[in-house]
Write a protein that binds this ligand. Structure first.
Ligand code: SF4
Length: 418
């Protein structure tokens, strides 16, 4: 389905814009595994859809207002689907209100009690996540499947290494199967139940904290079934370590063409998950959202205080929300060449710098103009790429944030060792 759409935020207003077709993007490591598509509301997962970004709220779902207040900024940051825990009847009772007010499709996360899944379906939920580790009664699963089938909503078979079904009794000396195999087996058990009922709107996740375990499990499952995969490293940790762990686990699989939707799980506010998820997809040229910033790491050649300038540039272009590549480099000699693929860039030298496009210098500006000149040139790029009308709209969004004196480039020159 090529009409898959995703939210982008432009100057505080949410707009919906067709995703960049994969064929227009730059290089990719491997072709995507072709999975059987499912639909969560109006969002396609699998098939020829782009990889979808999702996250999960951490409010008390029973508090509909608090939950909606958390979903709205997540959608602005690029969450295309949001999942909610539904741990009890109070949470299930709040679902109709939340679903009615949500800007994106919602998935109910159900453990233990299949009646909550039935209530969520009745409330109009767009998808379910069931854990085969804790709803083991085939008759109860069947009731849920029948209801999901009638409403045409998909079910994620969500296996988590921390809540696997109990091991069968092992014969003396027999070793338990590896964790990845146990995860695959747990998923296959539930997939079998669903398939026996003629139900195929299935998604699968096989999440583990241990990256080799989750990678092995997904690779194995990719050989076994045609269903789309929700990728994630579970309980990945704090934003620093957890982002890296998630990027490695999710990134390995995406680089192999495996994976249809991702969730980065961090011990942080869910808004912190969104930029990480998008950077993973941007790094692999699978999606584009907002600015991609190229910034040199700085070295002994630098003669300006680059980092505050980088942060200012990122803040401005992030706010515009257009998928262009902007470079901020620390010297005129190497900067334009090192960032030759950037749509627009600045090579900042002492007292003056060069504005360049695709590696070619287009003008030289004084250091007081670094930020304003780069923004102006960036707007020209946006006008060329996306049309004058959109660039005009963005014009009203561009307001220079004055730099504090200590942030101005050139004020804190790094002195080079002789
Ligand atoms: Fe060093 Fe210049 Fe490269 Fe930045 S662009 S890392 S200052 S050589």
């Amino acid at each position: 389905m090529s009409g898959h759409r995703h939210p982008e935020s432009v100057s505080g207003q949410e707009v919906r814009e067709a995703s960049v077709p994969m064929s227009e993007g730059p290089s990719q490591l491997s072709s995507r595994r072709k999975s059987r598509p499912v639909w969560v509301g109006d969002v396609q997962i699998g098939g020829d859809a782009l990889v979808v970004v999702q996250t999960m709220t951490n409010t008390d779902t029973a508090d509909a207002n608090a939950t909606i207040e958390q979903i709205a900024p997540l959608a602005d940051l690029g969450a295309e689907i949001v999942r909610l825990a539904v741990p009890d009847r109070q949470a299930a009772a709040a679902l109709p209100d939340i679903i009615r007010r949500s800007p994106v499709p919602l998935i109910a996360d159900i453990h233990f009690d299949h009646r909550l899944a039935l209530e969520a379906i009745r409330a109009g939920i767009h998808g379910l996540r069931l854990n085969p580790g804790n709803i083991r009664d085939a008759a109860k699963v069947s009731q849920v499947v029948q209801a999901a089938k009638e409403r045409g909503i998909p079910i994620r078979v969500g296996v988590n290494e921390g809540s696997l079904p109990p091991l069968p009794t092992l014969a003396g000396g027999e070793l338990p199967p590896p964790k990845a195999q146990r995860m695959v087996d747990a998923a296959l058990w539930e997939i079998g139940l669903l398939e026996e009922m003629g139900f195929q709107d299935i998604k699968i996740s096989l999440k583990a904290f241990d990256v080799p375990t989750m990678v092995t499990a997904y690779r194995e499952m990719a050989r076994r079934v045609p269903y789309p995969f929700h990728l994630g490293v579970t309980e990945a940790g704090t934003p620093g370590a957890g982002s890296i762990r998630s990027a490695v686990g999710i990134g390995i699989l995406l680089a192999e063409g495996i994976g249809d939707t991702i969730r980065v799980s961090l011990a942080a506010d869910p808004t912190e998950e969104m930029p990480v998820a998008w950077e993973i997809l941007k790094s692999l040229n699978l999606r584009q959202r907002g600015v991609t910033l190229v910034a040199c790491p700085t070295c002994g050649r630098i003669e300006v205080d680059l980092i505050p300038l980088v942060n200012q540039v990122e803040a401005h272009f992030q706010r515009l929300g257009k998928p262009i590549t902007v470079a901020v480099m620390g010297c005129v000699v190497n900067g334009p060449g090192e960032a030759r693929d950037a749509d627009v860039g600045l090579a900042a030298g002492k007292g003056k710098g060069a504005i360049f496009r695709k590696g070619e210098v287009v003008r030289v500006v004084s250091e007081e103009e670094f930020l304003s000149a780069l923004i102006a040139e960036g707007q020209k790029v946006i006008a060329e790429k996306f049309g004058e009308a959109q660039a005009d709209d963005l014009g009203t969004a561009i307001k220079l944030i004055p730099m504090e004196p200590h942030q101005r480039p050139g004020r804190a020159v790094r002195h080079l060792a002789p």
